[in-house]
Write a protein that binds this ligand. Structure first.
Ligand SMILES: *Cc1c(COP(=O)(O)O)cnc(C)c1O
Length: 361
């Protein structure tokens, strides 16, 4: 049996360690997992009760068109239902986009370093990968625009960027879009949109109205606290969405997930609360970095990438033994840094105390 050659050169996604595994391995009762940017406050109680009710209907196939959820999303974002595509997480939409658009004859442009799934899925389709280094942790949009040519089919913009947490403002994004040919799709991945506090963050829904070649990605996995449900969505041009629907598997989003996501969307107070608590707790990490003279990337997300002045990998191991899971920067391309998801007040206090100990020893 022979796989496509290029697949054999790729590796399996390295997910953060599951809590249960760490508990067993180190004999711990409590583990604080701040490695995968999950919402530490869980999800809306309304989502849970909607899910509970739906458990009676597990024998049924889901609505292939996710009509109810789409209807809610359409009014929430003031777009047409025909402009929405739902995915098994936005990960699946990235895969769908690559499968539908890319092949060996074209190239795909993205930042280096950004969310790894853009590169991974572009490579599987055989496209040439053009990675443009970040500038001080920010997308270098001028260089990215210059990397685009007549064979570029997709440009990936992660805003705010994972793993740096940095963002692109409206003015810069508009200047960039003006330089991109209409034949090239610009995917703007806003997985952390609900966490953004910056006032000059792009109003991307209006960009979708203005530019036919802009496609937005959003997800229920981060601020909505539904990572397990696997629901993401794209907002874009109706014709493109219709074409992507041809490629999509008919029942890609489960019935339970559709119901839970729809109920979660109705509870915007939960999102507001999550947003506020996250910003309050983020400040504590900023203060910690400033007090210890550690460089960090100002974040518009629920995670912070900061310097630890020692191997992030070794610090990760030490913290792991004490029941705290973070992401070592080495795994993300930032040696001597760690990426920490902003947790709950009590957990952050524990983590910051441990960090203090290791940074100053
Ligand atoms: C977490 C994340 C995603 C994937 O989210 P799912 O909807 O869970 O697949 C996509 N993009 C970025 C930048 C992310 O951080």
């Amino acid at each position: 049996m022979h796989l496509k050659r290029r697949i054999t050169k790729l590796g399996i996604y390295q997910a953060g360690k599951p809590i249960e595994e760490v508990q067993k391995e180190y004999g711990l009762t409590k583990v604080i997992k701040l490695a995968s940017n999950e919402n530490p406050y869980g999800c809306s109680p309304r989502a849970i009760s909607a899910g509970n009710k739906m458990l009676q209907q597990l024998a049924l196939y889901p609505d292939s068109n996710a009509t109810a959820l789409k209807g809610k999303l359409a009014s929430h974002h003031n777009v047409k239902e025909e402009q929405l595509l739902l995915g098994n997480g936005s990960d699946e939409i990235i895969q769908l986009l690559c499968r539908s658009i890319l092949d060996e004859t074209c190239n795909s442009v993205m930042a280096d370093i950004t969310f790894p799934q853009y590169r991974h899925n572009s490579m599987i389709e055989g496209a040439e990968i053009r990675q443009v280094p970040l500038m001080d942790g920010y997308h270098d949009l001028d260089s990215m625009a210059r990397a685009v040519d007549e064979n570029t089919k997709v440009v990936w913009i992660c805003n705010p960027n994972n793993p740096t947490g940095t963002y692109i403002n409206e003015k810069s994004l508009r200047l960039f879009l003006e330089q991109i040919p209409s034949t090239c799709l610009v995917v703007i991945d806003e997985a952390y949109a609900e966490y953004v506090a910056a006032l000059d963050f792009p109003n991307s829904m209006s960009l979708v109205h203005e530019y036919n070649n802009v496609l937005l990605l959003r997800t229920f996995s981060k601020a909505y606290g539904l990572a397990s449900c696997r629901v993401g969505y794209a907002v874009g041009n109706e014709n493109l969405i219709a074409s992507l629907n041809i490629v999509r598997a008919p029942f890609n989003v489960g019935k339970l997930s559709q119901a839970v996501a729809a109920a979660a969307l109705d509870d915007q107070a939960f999102i507001q609360e999550t947003h506020i608590k996250n910003r309050t707790e983020m400040e504590k990490y900023y203060q910690f970095c400033t007090a210890n003279k550690l460089a960090y990337y100002p974040s518009q997300t629920n995670f912070l990438l900061f310097e630890v002045k020692q191997s992030g990998e070794l610090l990760f191991e030490k913290l792991l033994k004490e029941g705290v899971i973070v992401r070592p920067g080495e795994k993300l391309g930032f040696p001597n840094f760690i990426r920490v998801t902003i947790g709950k007040e009590d957990d952050n206090a524990v983590v910051l105390e441990k960090l203090n100990k290791y940074i100053n020893s």
